[in-house]
Design a protein around this ligand. Structure first.
Ligand SMILES: Nc1ncnc2c1ncn2[C@@H]1O[C@H](COP(=O)(O)OP(=O)(O)OP(=O)(O)O)[C@@H](O)[C@H]1O
Ligand SMILES: [Mg+2]
Length: 456
C-alpha cells in the first residue's frame, strides 16, 4: 500500500473514529440517564400507589398486605409511622435503615427521590408521605436494588461495544477502499511523470472523471504527447541538418580533390573553384539561417518593433529588388497606398519580404511578373506577394512552411535552396503576432498573404 493512501487512511480513520466515539459516549450517557429516570419514576409511582391504599386503610392488615405484595417483586417497601418507626417491611435489611433518616419532615405530596446514585449506592430509593385528614401519619419508602440496574447497564455496554467494533471494522474497510481509490490516480500520475522524466513518453493515464484529478491526468497525457512530438521533431531536424550540411561539403570536398589532383586548364580550375566558393557560401548561409531559427526557438530572437511608414518602406524594397528581377528579365510591381503604418522590426520585415521575393525570382521563369500589394482592411494590414511562376503542387502545399521542405527534393544546382527560407518567414511573422497563408496552383503561380495588426 502506498504512503499516500496510508496517510489518507489514518487521517480518515482518526476523524471518523473520534466522531463515532463522541457520538457513542453521548448516546450511551443519554440512554443510561433516561433508563435510570424511568426506573425512578416507576419506583415513585409504585410507592404512591401503595400510599393511596394505605391512606384508605392505615392498619396492620393493609400494611402486611402491601409488604407481602412487594416481597414477591424485585422492589422493596418499608412503611413507617411519622416518627420513623418501622410498621412493616417487605425485606428485613439493615441497610434500609440508613435511608429512613434521610427524608425531611415536609415531603411533597407527589413524593421525593431519596437516592438516585445508582453507581455508588446499593439502592435507588423514593419516599411518599401518607396523609390522613391533612396530617402526615406515616411514610412509604420504596427501594430498588441497583444490582439489576448494573446488570442492565452492563448489557447496554456490551451492545455498545459490539456496535462499536462493527462500526470500526466497517469504517476500516470503507477507508481502505476509499483511500486506495483516492490515492490511485495520484500514484498513477506520479509514476507517469517519473516515466516522462526518464524520457519514456508512452504514458497512458485513465482519464475518467471531469474533476481536477481528471484534468490533471489529461494535462499530463497532453504533456507526454507534446514532448514525444518535440523529441521526434528534434530527431528529424537533426537528421535534416546533417543531411543538408553534408551535401555542400561533399561538393566542396569532391571539387577540391579534382582541383588538387589533376592538371586542369585555368578555365576549368576557375570553374571548379567558383563552385567551391558557391557551395561554401551556401553552407555559411545555411548555418546563419539555422542560427536564426535556433534563436527563435529559444524565444531569444529579439524583435525590435518600430513605428513604420509602409509607403516609404515598400519604396525602398522596390529599389533594392528591381535589379535582381531585371537580371532574370522579370518584373516586380509594388503597390502601396499612402498613410499605412505598422509596428514592426524593419530589418525582420525586410527579411520576410526578401525571402518571399527571392522565392518568386527562383521559382518563376524569365518574363514572369511579381506583384507586391499592401492594403488595409479595418485595422489589419495585408501584404500579398503574388507571382505567376511554376506554382506549388497541391500535395506539397500543407508542408511548404516546414523546415527543409522543398518541392524539388533533388537539389538542382541552379535552384538549390535549403528549404529554410519559408520556415524563417513563418517564425518571423508569428513573432510579430501576424498570420501567414499561401495559395498556389501548379503552373499558374503562387500567392503569399501576410496579415499584421496595423498601427496609427
Ligand atoms: N513562389 C514560389 N513558387 C513556387 N514554389 C515555391 C515558391 N516559394 C517556395 N516554393 C517552394 O517551396 C520550397 C520551400 O521554400 P523555401 O523558401 O522555404 O526554401 P528554398 O527556397 O528551397 O530555400 P531557401 O532556404 O534558400 O529559401 C521551395 O524549395 C520551392 O519548392
Ligand atoms: Mg526560399
Amino acid at each position: 500500500m502506498s504512503k499516500l493512501s496510508i496517510k489518507l487512511g489514518i487521517i480518515f480513520f482518526l476523524i471518523i473514529f473520534g466522531l463515532v466515539i463522541l457520538m457513542f459516549l453521548f448516546l450511551h450517557s443519554a440512554l443510561v440517564d433516561s433508563r435510570i429516570e424511568e426506573e425512578l419514576i416507576s419506583l415513585q409511582a409504585r410507592g404512591n400507589s401503595h400510599r393511596a391504599i394505605l391512606e384508605k386503610h392505615f392498619d396492620a392488615d393493609t400494611i402486611s398486605h402491601v409488604t407481602l405484595m412487594e416481597s414477591e417483586a424485585n422492589t422493596d417497601v418499608v412503611i413507617t409511622d411519622v416518627n420513623g418507626k418501622i410498621l412493616g417491611s417487605s425485606a428485613n435489611r439493615d441497610s434500609f435503615k440508613g435511608y429512613l433518616h434521610r427524608s425531611g419532615f415536609n415531603i411533597p405530596r407527589k413524593g421525593e427521590i431519596l437516592e438516585d446514585n445508582w453507581k455508588k449506592g446499593s439502592f435507588i430509593s423514593t419516599v411518599s408521605p401518607i396523609e390522613i385528614d391533612g396530617r402526615t401519619e406515616g411514610r412509604v419508602y420504596m427501594f430498588q436494588d441497583t444490582e439489576s440496574l448494573h446488570t442492565l447497564i452492563k448489557r447496554l455496554n456490551g451492545n455498545f461495544l459490539l456496535a462499536g467494533i462493527i462500526a470500526v471494522c466497517l469504517t476500516l474497510i470503507i477507508i481502505f477502499f476509499l483511500s486506495k481509490g483516492l490515492a490511485k490516480p495520484l500514484i498513477n500520475m506520479k509514476e507517469a511523470t517519473y516515466q516522462i522524466s526518464r524520457g519514456d513518453f508512452s504514458v497512458s493515464l485513465p482519464q475518467n472523471g471531469n474533476d481536477e484529478l481528471g484534468d490533471l491526468a489529461h494535462s499530463i497525457s497532453r504533456l507526454a504527447n507534446d514532448l514525444k512530438y518535440l523529441k521526434q521533431e528534434r530527431i528529424d531536424f537533426l537528421a535534416s541538418i546533417s543531411h543538408e550540411l553534408r551535401t555542400p561539403l561533399t561538393y566542396i570536398k569532391g571539387y577540391a580533390d579534382i582541383v588538387h589532383s589533376r592538371n586542369l586548364s585555368i578555365e576549368d580550375r576557375d570553374k571548379y573553384l567558383n563552385i567551391i566558393r558557391e557551395e561554401a557560401n551556401r553552407l555559411s548561409d545555411l548555418i546563419k539561417d539555422l542560427f536564426d531559427l535556433a534563436k527563435m526557438d529559444k524565444n531569444s530572437f529579439i524583435i525590435q518593433k518600430r513605428y513604420l511608414d509602409l509607403t516609404d518602406f515598400m519604396l525602398k524594397i522596390k529599389q533594392k529588388f528591381t535589379p535582381a528581377f531585371k537580371e532574370k528579365e522579370m518584373e516586380l510591381k509594388v503597390s502601396c497606398p499612402e498613410d499605412l503604418f505598422i509596428m514592426a522590426d524593419p530589418s525582420r520585415l525586410e527579411q520576410i519580404i526578401f525571402n518571399l521575393l527571392d522565392n518568386a525570382i527562383k521559382y518563376s521563369p524569365s518574363g514572369a511578373k511579381t506583384l507586391l500589394t499592401v492594403s488595409r482592411k479595418k485595422k489589419d494590414i495585408y501584404i500579398k506577394i503574388k507571382d505567376n511562376g511554376k506554382g506549388i503542387p497541391e500535395e506539397d502545399l500543407p508542408y511548404i512552411l516546414n523546415r527543409f521542405y522543398r518541392v524539388d527534393k533533388s537539389r538542382t544546382r541552379s535552384l538549390g535552396g535549403t528549404g529554410l527560407g519559408l520556415s524563417i518567414v513563418k517564425e518571423l511573422v508569428l513573432a510579430h503576432g501576424g498570420k501567414i497563408s499561401v495559395k498556389s496552383k501548379e503552373g499558374k503561380g503562387t500567392e503569399f498573404e501576410l496579415i499584421f495588426k496595423g498601427a496609427g
